[in-house]
Design a binder for this molecule. Structure first.
Ligand code: ADP
Ligand code: MG
Length: 352
């Protein structure tokens, strides 16, 4: 018999500081879509976790299953044509996939909030932002109109919208893209969730504004001690704010590591390729590297390692055997906490 001490505050396996039991844990998650083309296997056994006060970045090219994983967590795809044939999504140790509808709604409405890429389509164009922010408090907490408006102004201040008091009655189109995304962050914060999932929150913004919005999100995350899952196709944007990174390809995690280690020494050829394709200020004018080829059609994922047709290091075994997620160690076998690579040749990749 296994006895689990629910109260133990042990450090998490990946050594992240001050983290106890993970807030959210995705285990062996599989998601499929029935399409005219056949079954698209969008998520194929994803495992990741995030603790309170921790930021996990989920990185990968478009189509790698990052958003679908988030949608599974938010419970917005367990209906046709999407299905979850296998897996667990544990929130504070409880599997949300096994909960009643009402239990789930309580968590997803109050404990987990999501921020999307496109603020303009998430906000109602004919209602003032103050009204929409206040709605969170009127509907969820039964606050009066006057109190809700005061709360809306307070939130706008929190996300550093200048002259919040004067602008509370303005409509979404009267704000810049960056300010609108701040309003989305305010909406997500309103009910003081334990976890925020931000799906490409700055992709639609100018580069300078991207950094400001990302810094704000990171600052609030620390202040409220929330867990944060940051989904992105751009490692450059998250490198400064994430604690750890999970790299996805064709619905699997191909590498995971603490962020600075992954940056310094990638252990998967796909990660290497992604790192080479980040524009660098000190290399202006040089042609940008791109990984050759495209991600696979998810109804026909290549046998063996899904990345093999694009991989410069591929050998015969890569075309036949799916690589397991190997623990990554130092050259002398010394442990590297929290690192894993799903490459048959991870040793050559990191040490070679
Ligand atoms: P990303 O990593 O860019 O966020 P997604 O998670 O959005 O990728 O999508 C992964 C794949 O899942 C897509 O390429 C698509 O093939 C498939 N997919 C997502 N949503 C649907 C849907 N509603 N119907 C069919 N296929 C879908
Ligand atoms: Mg996406």
């Amino acid at each position: 018999m296994t006895i689990i001490d629910e109260t133990a505050e042990s450090p998490s396996a990946d050594g992240s500081q001050g983290a106890g039991r993970p807030l959210l844990e995705v285990r062996d998650l599989h998601v499929e879509f029935r399409t005219r083309d056949g079954v698209a296997k969008a998520v194929n056994g994803v495992n990741y976790s995030v603790a309170a006060g921790e930021t996990l970045a989920v990185l990968g090219e478009s189509g790698s299953g990052k958003s679908v994983t988030a949608q599974a967590i938010m419970g917005i795809l367990d209906m046709p044509p999407g299905s979850i044939p296998k897996g667990e999504i544990l929130f504070r140790g409880q599997d949300m996939l096994k909960m009643s509808g009402e239990e789930r709604r309580k968590i997803r409405g109050n404990k987990i909030a999501m921020i999307f890429q496109d603020a303009l389509s998430s906000l109602n164009p004919v209602l003032s932002v103050g009204y929409q922010l206040g709605e969170m408090f009127r509907v969820h907490q039964g606050m009066s109109k006057k109190d809700a408006k005061a709360k809306a102004i307070e939130l706008m201040d929190r996300v550093k919208i200048p002259a919040a008091k004067e602008r509370v009655g303005d409509y979404p189109h009267q704000f810049s893209g960056g300010m609108r995304q701040r309003i989305m962050i305010a909406m997500a914060l309103a009910l003081e969730p334990d976890l925020i999932i931000a799906d490409e929150p700055t992709t639609a913004l100018d580069v300078t504004v991207q950094a400001q919005v990302m810094d704000l999100l990171a600052e609030l995350q620390r202040e409220y001690n929330m867990g944060l899952i940051l989904i992105t196709h751009d490692l450059g944007v998250v490198a400064d704010v994430a604690d750890k990174i999970a790299v996805m390809y064709a619905g699997r995690i191909v590498e995971h590591a603490p962020v600075h280690e992954l940056y310094k020494r990638p252990a998967h050829p796909y990660t290497k390729g992604l790192l080479h394709s980040i524009p660098r200020l000190d290399q202006k004018g040089q042609e940008l590297y791109a990984i050759k080829g495209l991600p696979p059609n998810l109804t026909r994922i290549p046998s063996g390692c899904a990345f093999n047709p694009r991989c410069p290091q591929a050998q015969d075994i890569c075309r036949t055997d799916i690589p397991p997620l190997h623990p990554v160690t130092e050259r002398d076998g010394g442990e590297l906490t929290g690192r894993g690579s799903a490459c048959h040749f991870w040793k050559e990749t990191i040490h070679g």
